[in-house]
Design a protein around this ligand. Sequence first.
Ligand SMILES: *[C@@H]1O[C@H](CO)[C@@H](O)[C@H](O)[C@H]1NC(C)=O
Ligand SMILES: *[C@@H]1O[C@H](CO)[C@@H](O)[C@H](O)[C@H]1NC(C)=O
Ligand SMILES: *[C@@H]1O[C@H](CO)[C@@H](O)[C@H](O)[C@H]1NC(C)=O
Ligand SMILES: [Ca+2]
Ligand SMILES: [Ca+2]
Ligand SMILES: [Ca+2]
Length: 154
Amino acid sequence: MLSLVLIIIVGCVCGATSQSCHQGWTYYQKSCYYFSDITLDWINAGAFCQVHHSELVAIETQAENAFIESEVKNRTGGYWLGGNDSVTEGVWEWTSTDEVFDYTNFGPGEPNDSNGGEDCLMTVSALNGKWNDGICSTSLLFICERMKEGPVIG
Ligand SMILES: *[C@@H]1O[C@H](CO)[C@@H](O)[C@H](O)[C@H]1NC(C)=O
Ligand SMILES: *[C@@H]1O[C@H](CO)[C@@H](O)[C@H](O)[C@H]1NC(C)=O
Ligand SMILES: *[C@@H]1O[C@H](CO)[C@@H](O)[C@H](O)[C@H]1NC(C)=O
Ligand SMILES: [Ca+2]
Ligand SMILES: [Ca+2]
Ligand SMILES: [Ca+2]
């Protein structure tokens, strides 16, 4: 009984619903997405998402990418996504799942690891939402994804 009450309070472990996305977050296919209007480096962008019970977005399908692309095209600038090749150069992993990329949408000539120093994943509105590897310490806008229904507060 207590655990049932706890599950209700903490939120179920199923995917989010459109009703469970907080104000300012956009619902798409069982996730809630947050498009920042502040800029941070990749590490701090991830930390920001975690404070809001989410992770930098993992774009795992063409459909999810199409959703992100449609949102990003209406905005300007680059957005951090939740992938890096910091662990092994050239091997891209989603940080929220530790899965190696299956689907990818890199722009022409990318990832190019320019000057050996580009290990963090971003999408660029000017490239119609195609992906690029950027320098992790750059301050950019970012996108958080919250996959589970979270606590009511936060
Ligand atoms: C993008 O902007 C166009 C034109 O203002 C609008 O019709 C469309 O709904 C917007 N798309 C999104 C995803 O906000
Ligand atoms: C990069 O991704 C790996 C694997 O997902 C993760 O363990 C690591 O914390 C990420 N960040 C950095 C700065 O390496
Ligand atoms: C490599 O990618 C960066 C963006 O991350 C871009 O500015 C640069 O022009 C690219 N370099 C080459 C040689 O394509
Ligand atoms: Ca995702
Ligand atoms: Ca790299
Ligand atoms: Ca690059």
